[in-house]
Ligand binder design. Structure first.
Ligand SMILES: *Cc1c(COP(=O)(O)O)cnc(C)c1O
Length: 367
């Protein structure tokens, strides 16, 4: 092996070996598997800006096949996939109707407004599940004072609402209203495979009638990097130009697409186990005094635990000190997401850490 290849190998083994001892409840934290690293090392590559990377092409074709669209585009992040979708379907000054807590409107740095110049029209929906009736109610009268709605937005599963699932019937209801009003429909399916596994249906059933779909390879599917935008051939041709404009066209991207292909083909295999672990985690946390968890609300791999009377950021810091990494859900909650790199033992240790974190502050410990 030559020196350069050896350097790559040792760098990669450093990445894999450099595991933080923390128990990490983020599904973005998974490390590439040895199989992924092998695939990355041996992937045929080319210049993807010119469409010459065979591994990227294979990934895009595989994603389109699974999602039931003509074509797909590999992008560096879900945020970019979503922004491109907005720019494809809505013009400057037009509106997007989406659930108020959806990732596009709460966690993408306002790109929808700042970059796309599109007006967010948020609607609150129970469990974060946008229904046809919400879109219908949000349609403003055709009036010179109002922005024109161009796009409806579904997030499946819904992250902030706690990994909640939108069913094919619910999607069909939104598709119906969109068709009636001439709206495009985008599905932010960063965790779409989790929804499909929870429902026991192929992902293509969840995308029926949508104009475009985002999926993330770097969440539950376990790849280190990357998302895909899937849509019609024409829309993907336009999306390729927008991606270039946003600076997201990559050169020998097959190196990362190779890991993405394995994620797409095999990443779904462990999702049912992740979901079972999330349910076990919720049931165990529900038994801890002063913690509010509804195990029945756990539909996929996300658990929201509330700590009444405490500050979410304080709980996150205490758990971090105890070796457990979770996300704050202010005012008094935290989010725990299960994934491939967590074991049953990790879940048990985390529950023990939560128990001591909430009982250590001059309280009578639960017996
Ligand atoms: C993570 C996530 C995104 C954005 O993905 P990045 O790759 O982090 O930019 C979009 N939508 C949802 C629902 C997500 O959970």
């Amino acid at each position: 092996m030559d020196i350069a290849a050896e350097a790559v190998r040792s760098t990669l083994s450093y990445i894999v070996g450099n595991r933080d001892p923390v128990i990490d409840f983020f599904d973005t934290s998974t490390r590439p598997t040895p199989k992924m690293l092998d695939a990355m090392r041996t992937a045929p590559v080319g210049d993807d800006v010119y469409g010459e990377d065979p591994t990227v092409r294979e990934l895009e074709a595989a994603a389109a096949g699974l999602l039931g669209t003509d074509a797909a585009l590999f992008v560096p992040s879900g945020t970019m996939a979503n922004l491109i979708a907005v720019m494809l379907h809505a013009r400057n000054g037009e509106a997007v109707i989406g659930e108020a807590r959806t990732h596009l409107l709460t966690a993408e740095t306002g790109g929808v407004a700042a970059v796309a110049g599109v007006m967010p029209q948020p609607v609150f929906a129970d469990r974060g599940v946008l229904l046809g009736e919400h879109v219908e109610a949000a349609m403003l009268p055709d009036d010179v004072h109002r922005p024109t709605a161009a796009l409806a937005w579904i997030e499946n599963t819904h992250n902030v609402a706690g990994g909640t699932v939108t069913t094919p019937g619910e999607v069909a209801g939104v598709v119906d209203v969109c068709r009636r009003h001439g709206l495009a429909l985008h599905i932010d399916g960063a965790r779409l495979f989790n929804a499909a596994v929870a429902l026991g249906v192929p992902v293509s059933q969840l995308t029926r009638g949508a104009t475009s779909v985002t999926i993330a390879l770097s969440k539950g599917l376990g790849a280190p990097v990357g998302s895909l935008l899937a849509a019609s051939r024409d829309d993907i041709a336009r999306a390729r130009r927008v991606r270039k404009m946003l600076g997201g066209a990559m050169r020998q991207a097959g190196v990362v697409a190779a890991a993405g292909l394995l994620a797409l083909r095999r990443g779904v295999d462990h999702l049912a186990e992740d979901h079972a672990r999330a349910r076990r985690l919720a049931a165990a946390l529900a038994d801890v005094e002063d913690v509010d968890v509804d195990p029945l609300a756990v539909e996929t791999n996300i658990v929201i635990a509330r700590f009444p009377g405490r500050d979410a950021h304080d709980v996150v810091a205490r758990l971090r000190d105890a070796g457990v990494k979770v996300a704050a859900r202010p005012p008094d909650g935290v989010r725990l997401v299960t994934h491939r790199d967590l074991s049953d033992a990790d879940v048990s240790s985390a529950v023990a850490a939560v128990r001591s974190a909430v009982t250590s502050k001059a309280r009578i410990p639960a017996t």
